[in-house]
Write a protein that binds this ligand. Sequence first.
Ligand code: NAD
Length: 423
Amino acid sequence: MQTSTSQTVKPLRIAVLGCGARGRTYTKIAASMIGRYELTAAADLVEFRAKTVAGFAPEGTVRTFNSAEEFFAAGKLADVLIIGTQDAHHYGHAVSALNIGYDLLLEKPAAETLARCEELDALARKLGRRIVLGFVLRYTPFYSAVKQVVDSGRLGRIMTMRLSEGVGDFHQAHSYVRGHWGNTAKSSPMIVAKCSHDTDLICWLSGSKPKTISSFGRLDWFKPENAPAGAPKRCTDGCPVAAQCNYDAHRYLTEKRNFLRMIMDGYENATDEQVIDFLKTSPWGRCAYHCDNDVVDHQIVSTEMENGITASLTMTAFDHCRTIEIHGTLGSLRGGEPFSDAGTPELWFREHRTDNIESIPVADQSAEGYAGHGGGDFGLVNALDQLMTGDHAIPIGLDGLAGHQLAYLAETSRLNGAQPVNL
Ligand SMILES: NC(=O)c1ccc[n+]([C@@H]2O[C@H](COP(=O)([O-])OP(=O)(O)OC[C@H]3O[C@@H](n4cnc5c(N)ncnc54)[C@H](O)[C@@H]3O)[C@@H](O)[C@H]2O)c1
């Protein structure tokens, strides 16, 4: 994991537009890093959310705004703006912010089309601004350890990568069926919304850009024809199979209660009755087979990179967590949480010549351990001041464009029956 070892002379001033789950997470972590970040402004359509974020800093130090327009009209209030609004708003908010003079921590996806992602890159270059995307996985202890092995040369010349992303069936139902990212027209394609992390990892770890891409993917399970007999439109309407259903919304009351933090204001102190009332009216109480979702529930992507490395990615609702394999001329690296869950090391190296297997340590330096995207939320905020200023700052422009190109062109290929697409 990248850590900041030296303090910047002056704290980096940050403002946040969109104080939902992501905006709140980043600012809460930043506020805990005393002397490194100064939170100056918070804007959200929902006053409670902006005020909640303002509450992370000393009283009276954070200006709050009730809309993006109001916030932008106030001029430049910080060095870096965190944009945590929803996918469809990123482009417009980012253009306004770049023109005002902010560098950006922009949540992924950068924009809702590839052309707009490329436009943001061009605008940032023209204006001399930096855009860091919310690719938190790069900053986890796990992927930092993977990157160190790759950069060490121990694998020899890298030939192939195999990644998988098991979204998990309840998580799929929560986010990509009932939730914000279930419908492409309202957000972005699943392979972008969920797996731009993974396509970014392919580019970041291979040190290259995609050359040719193809992809298959389908929505097969979360559809009305698979609904159990007698299932009503809402779980709260007395579903006869609730006790056996993986997606029963009543699970938000028990072992899935943690998911409420992303969607329900005041969830921390909510009673069970209040949660049930929320489920009766919000999208998250809907039967997972009776929603307006159209994004895929399984997809595969294959690509040949400019430097010759081939890579594949499997995204499926029906597995749990990510795995990665990187195969080179000298050895292979394998790892992921499903392995450690099953009792093998989380990350290990196998040398081809000797068949020797070595467990690679994964250092957990974050305050919150593996919560918060495997430590990546903490890791990204911990790196942000160095990514924006000083000797280790990222180049001007949009960092991570290649991963977005891979994800968007995979979707283009999928929609054209897996026809290969060249970048
Ligand atoms: N990096 C990651 O791993 C990761 C994880 C989850 C979500 N995301 C992305 O982060 C973004 C935010 O997701 P979230 O779960 O925090 O969503 P959210 O709905 O919880 O938060 C979005 C907030 O933006 C506010 N908002 C919307 N329009 C606004 C406007 N015009 N002016 C001011 N505020 C406005 C909303 O009121 C809401 O509070 C999305 O683009 C999502 O795809 C990234």
